[in-house]
Design a protein around this ligand. Structure first.
Ligand code: UDP
Length: 385
């Protein structure tokens, strides 16, 4: 039976130029598009390790519907041609790990703003639709974070729920280079929005709220640099796999809402296939029911990992570190991130499903299966590493 959109119309197969298809989100989106739809993907990236299983062997049922194009959008004239022959462009390419924001601020700003400009331009000039990936970090800090800790207003959602069309964007000072990422993302959002308003660009902006799951980032010393610092899920997975204490930055008081990547991908697919409902909108995509402090995340991940690995937790499960020690000068943090879901509910009728416990269980099962053996070998033979 033909698949239909939210208004009951048959969905026509389209060609999608996906920039950054080889990353964490791109790999899950490619997987979904190959297994559940008949769309074609022109997968653009500098690496393809995370989508190799979709590209080879040629006997795969979707072979012919996904093509990998190894190119760097910074300096490759083939990009415009790929956008031209697609119906839709999705831009996922970006530096998006906090450890880079204050230590490589120029790369962060160039990657998130300057390198995204030609993509916007080619979409506009060729009359193509654009889905651009932004971040929940454009909200910065909550209004509530400036109130005294004991103020009753801290309990009032008006001071912390993040709404696409109402919340302000509150960043720290310029010396706090952590905000180079948020600021670059905010400016590219404003530019895309203005191209929509002044020149008719058909766009959708996605603000992911801590999407996590298998294939996220890398495990230092195994499939990424030993000294590299990935995002929190991979940092804590690495500590658990190596039976080291998990590092709590600045006491682990910050709060996050985590969403399972597979839930989030459902939302993106709805945007892809319902352009009339998605165009011109900015969407929060997160799970407001999965809020924890980083300290609570540590406790839950420790329990879940014991369950999936069959190993007891270590004696000292955490160690405190300052953000300056862990991330260096210029780090700062978002205090709390709860997405308002009104707009995505109204436009796309979407809601996340997976609880934090369940998503950690499937993700840590994957981490254990994928890395436990390699870590054992690396620990046994440190010099060979
Ligand atoms: N964090 C931590 N220990 C780690 C890695 C991260 O305590 O080993 C904290 C970090 O300071 C932040 C939160 O975990 O408060 C989430 O970090 P992540 O890298 O996932 O990115 P963010 O949500 O800040 O964009």
């Amino acid at each position: 039976m033909a698949r239909v959109d939210l208004d009951g119309n048959a969905i026509k197969p389209m060609t999608i130029c996906m920039i950054g298809a080889g990353g964490f989100i791109g790999s899950h989106l490619c997987e979904k598009l190959m297994s559940d739809t008949s769309h074609t993907v022109l997968a653009v990236d500098v690496y393809n390790d995370k989508i190799k299983h979709l590209l080879e062997p040629e006997s795969l049922p979707w072979s012919g519907r996904i093509q990998f194009h190894r190119l760097n959008i910074k300096n490759d004239s083939r990009l415009e041609g790929l956008i031209k022959c697609s119906d839709l462009t999705i831009n996922l390419a970006a530096i998006c790990t906090p450890a880079d924001y204050n230590t490589r601020p120029l790369d962060t700003i160039y990657s998130n703003f300057i390198d995204a400009l030609p993509v916007v331009k080619y979409c506009l000039e060729n009359n193509k639709r654009l889905i651009h990936f932004s971040t929940c970090e454009v909200y910065g800090k909550t209004i509530g974070s400036f109130l005294p800790k004991d103020s009753p207003l801290c309990q009032d959602p008006a001071y912390y729920i993040l709404k696409e069309d109402a919340s302000p964007c509150i960043f720290g000072s310029v010396e706090k280079q952590r905000w180079s990422y948020a600021c670059a993302k905010q400016l590219i959002e404003r530019l895309i929005y203005a191209e929509g308003a002044e020149n008719g660009l058909e766009f959708t902006i996605v603000r992911p709220f801590n999407w996590i799951g298998p294939r996220m980032d890398f495990i230092p010393g195994i499939d990424g640099p030993s000294e590299g610092v990935p995002r929190v899920l991979a940092c804590f997975s690495n500590n658990l796999l190596r039976r080291e204490p998990l590092k709590l930055v600045d006491g682990g008081e910050s709060q996050r809402t985590f969403i399972y990547i597979k839930d989030a991908i459902e939302a993106v697919l709805l945007m892809i296939e319902n352009p009339a409902r998605a165009s011109g909108h900015i969407f929060n995509v997160g799970n407001p029911n999965n809020e924890v402090t980083v300290r609570q995340l540590v406790e839950m991940m420790t329990k879940v990992y014991s369950k999936v690995s069959g190993e007891d937790a270590i004696q000292t499960p955490t160690v405190d570190v300052s953000s300056k020690e862990f991330y260096g000068e210029g780090y700062d943090d978002s205090d709390k991130r709860i997405p308002d879901m009104t707009i995505i509910n109204k436009q796309l009728g979407w809601n996340p499903k997976t609880s934090l416990w369940d998503l950690l269980e499937s993700t840590l099962t994957y981490q254990h299966r994928t890395y436990a053996e390699a870590i054992k070998q690396a620990i046994a033979k440190p010099s060979a590493n």
